[in-house]
Design a binder for this molecule. Sequence first.
Ligand SMILES: [Zn+2]
Length: 355
Amino acid sequence: MSKKNYFFLIFLFFSVLVVAQSKSKFKAVITTWKDDKPAAVSITFDDASYTQYEYAYPVLSKYHFNATFSLVGEWTKEQASYSAEAGMFEIKKMGWQQIRQLQKAGNEIASHGYRHQRYNRRLPLDTLAAQMKRNKTLIEQHTGATCYTIHYPYSFANEKTARAARIAGFRFGRTGGSSYNKAVPDNILLLKSKAVLSDSVPNLAEFEKWLENAHGKWLILMYHHLFPKGSKEMRILEYHKVRNTYSLYPATFDKQMQMLAQKNYWVAPVMQIGKYIVEREAVKLKTHRCFGRYVIKLQSKLDKIYDEPLTIRVKLPWKKIKVKIGETEKIYSNTNGEILLDALPGSKIVIKKKM
Ligand SMILES: [Zn+2]
């Protein structure tokens, strides 16, 4: 081998070494869930029972949780009022006054149909979509915010119902199914949920299992009423020996939320977690490095409604760094060798090495 070739080989060897090293020292990935939490949980309510406002809302506020509340258009008046579904006794429902208050506090307002009836799958797609859109429009007129999520009445939905929901403008749909959603759900308009059927189904030990098994997944909890012990409503249900009361005592709800708060999970409305998933799957990270700078671009073709910040886990060897996302600059000490940064789809992160 000539001397020249010999040097070239050495040069090549070191180049490969340097590239390999920098590949392992610099890395950026979108975490499965926000803040790299191990699981996601949504707390959802149906039928807009006044007990949700009276008893669940204060508990949610205490633990700093936001939930998704779905309402039936036909039942919703400006003030709280009584209404009943066929064969049931009258139940007090929230009015727009309470709904707006929940929304202002950061909760999501979802649709549960203009009427509390199963959507008829035999109807043409467009007719079905028009029926769904009626309640969406009503909610948007009263809240001033876009309604993204539908909780199908009686959780009655299939692929066709999901297609109609998409045509109506919904982005996320919730059914029953008594199970979890994968990190990448099969169909984001047919999300599965686990329903609380009574004060003891699930019991607290079972509820703890529900939470433990949520690891890596998205658990959507479904609630209805929170009638207190000894209330008129509970007495009627007990008299008729109703097993699935779809109601739990406020104290039980508090215990469940306390258990949830003890887990280090991401708890957020359906819309927020749904957006995060869509973004996580659509955004491509493009990275490059030059002269003490590491640049991460969040390339996205998504429309503007996808405004949920993504968490990027960045691995880099620099101890002291200056991070610029959009117009904001911040100094971090990178003591663990990696940091978590929040950035919107379409934005750019510039990390500079600080001496
Ligand atoms: Zn319902």
